[in-house]
Design a protein around this ligand. Structure first.
Ligand SMILES: Cc1cc2nc3c(=O)[nH]c(=O)nc-3n(C[C@H](O)[C@H](O)[C@H](O)COP(=O)(O)OP(=O)(O)OC[C@H]3O[C@@H](n4cnc5c(N)ncnc54)[C@H](O)[C@@H]3O)c2cc1C
Length: 418
């Protein structure tokens, strides 16, 4: 039974010296066999396990995580949430996620701190203006909120913004999605883990998958792990930057490249920054956490790598852009920077679906922008694994599109797709 959080339970525990809180999830030994195993204990994997149990009645499931849950990109990202993607397929997928974000804390009985503070994307060139206005129209046709702001309106929405025409790349306007915002990344992993555990899902940390076994018919039969062999007829690979490594264990070659992507945070200061601002052209994105730190995202390295850190010139370039756009931050100190490995597809859209290997399912290719999709991705992937057929929302996001040419080319649409 999951211990429920409420104002009353918080008061009760506070007066009892905070004794009696249950651990959020168990630490079970792996069983010899499950109906399904999920490889990867990030938000997408844990969410998939939760929806498999909550909506499809599959309780005999394990999430296998080689480190600690949320220690991958889920715990390393800058938490920007938005759904104003250009193409119909993407808008449907990301807006499905956004609608789930809006009710997620209540659904999980866990505060994921979703904050719809607005995501503003700056236009600095005529090309940017045309692209973002096209996005605004396309989004509205799909029922997704997005509006065009002049430079003055952008400054009114985000007062620290420098809209001087003397800038090397002056701000010519912005697209604003008011329902966009941020959420607390760790809480997303913990909230899904706690709710999935309460439904009987085994969350097994420090358990690296080292091989995938297949039977005579080619179907998956088991995984080898650092904690022994685990049999399962359904295996979901949700391993983000290491998806190609895991898929290769089943003999599958994927159209993915893995790059380090970096982020950094400043010392904490009082609330000064009311929204999320992104600039694809000068390449910087920034918000302020509830703790007060400026959370800043840099770009990917130019070369593939699994190092989980990147070149120093990449965040240095981002900080140049931040200082020009927000001169008041010039004297702030940066406290930490880090990297995560992102798995990018040629069209910068994810792959969610079945594979040519029976029983093996893929949820990957989220690149630099999968956190925002976490609940939607997990929800449709659970459907796909449970029913062995795609949910209508993820049906276009096949692996086969790279063979057949039905790309969902958000890379060309937005230049970057954070
Ligand atoms: C610096 C940075 C900034 C970002 N900013 C944003 C943003 O602002 N907005 C946004 O929407 N997205 C952002 N992203 C992207 C986003 O973080 C990811 O797309 C998303 O979190 C992926 O979630 P996941 O659950 O698929 O992956 P992860 O959280 O990485 O989980 C995958 C897990 O698989 C595990 N694993 C790998 N191999 C094995 C194995 N062999 N056996 C067992 N376990 C294994 C890993 O340890 C890992 O915990 C950013 C990413 C980075 C790195």
């Amino acid at each position: 039974m999951m211990q429920r959080f409420s104002a009353l339970s918080l008061f009760r525990r506070a007066f009892a010296g905070h004794h009696g809180w249950q651990p959020h999830w168990r630490a079970p030994e792996p069983k010899a066999e499950y109906d399904a195993v999920i490889i990867g204990g990030g938000g997408h994997g844990l969410g998939t396990a939760y929806y498999l149990a909550a909506e499809h009645g599959m309780r005999n499931i394990a999430v296998l995580e080689r480190g600690w849950i949320g220690g991958g990109n889920t715990g390393r990202n800058t938490t920007i949430i938005r759904s104003n993607y250009l193409f119909d397929e993407s808008a449907a997928l990301y807006d499905h996620a956004l609608k789930l974000w809006e009710g997620l804390s209540r659904a999980l009985n866990y505060n994921v701190m979703y904050s719809a503070r607005g995501v503003m994307m700056l236009a600095h060139t005529v090309h940017d203006v045309q692209v973002f206005k096209r996005h605004v129209h396309a989004n509205r046709a799909n029922g997704v909120d997005n509006e065009w702001l002049t430079a003055e309106q952008a400054k009114a929405f985000c007062p620290p913004l420098n809209i001087s025409p003397a800038l090397r790349y002056p701000v010519l306007g912005a697209a604003l999605q008011r329902r966009g915002g941020t959420a607390r990344h760790d809480a997303v992993a913990w909230g899904y883990a706690r709710a999935a555990d309460a439904l009987g899902v085994d969350i097994i940390q420090n358990c690296e998958v080292t091989a995938i076994r297949r039977g005579h018919d080619g179907a998956v039969t088991a995984v080898e792990t650092t904690r022994g062999t685990i049999r399962a007829k359904k295996i979901g690979v949700v391993a983000a930057g290491h998806t190609s490594v895991v898929a290769a264990m089943a003999g599958l070659r994927l159209p993915l490249e893995s790059f380090p992507l970096q982020a950094l945070v400043s010392e904490p200061v009082k609330p000064v920054f009311p929204c999320v601002v992104m600039s694809n052209t000068v390449h910087a994105y920034i918000s302020q956490s509830d703790k007060g730190e400026l959370v800043i995202g840099a770009g990917t390295d130019a070369f593939v790598s699994y190092t989980q850190r990147g070149g120093l010139h990449v965040p240095a370039h981002t900080l140049d852009a931040i200082c020009e756009l927000f001169p008041m931050f010039r004297r702030m100190r940066m406290l930490r920077n880090w990297g995560g490995i992102v798995d990018t597809t040629p069209d910068r859209s994810p792959i969610i679906g079945r594979t040519p290997v029976p029983g093996l399912y893929l949820n990957c290719g989220w690149g630099t922008g999968g956190f925002k999709a976490t609940p939607g991705s997990a929800h449709v992937f659970a459907w796909t694994m449970a029913k062995d057929e795609p949910h209508p929302i993820n049906a276009p996001f096949t692996l086969e599109r790279f063979r057949d040419g039905a790309l969902i080319d958000e890379a060309a649409a937005a230049a970057v797709a954070h």
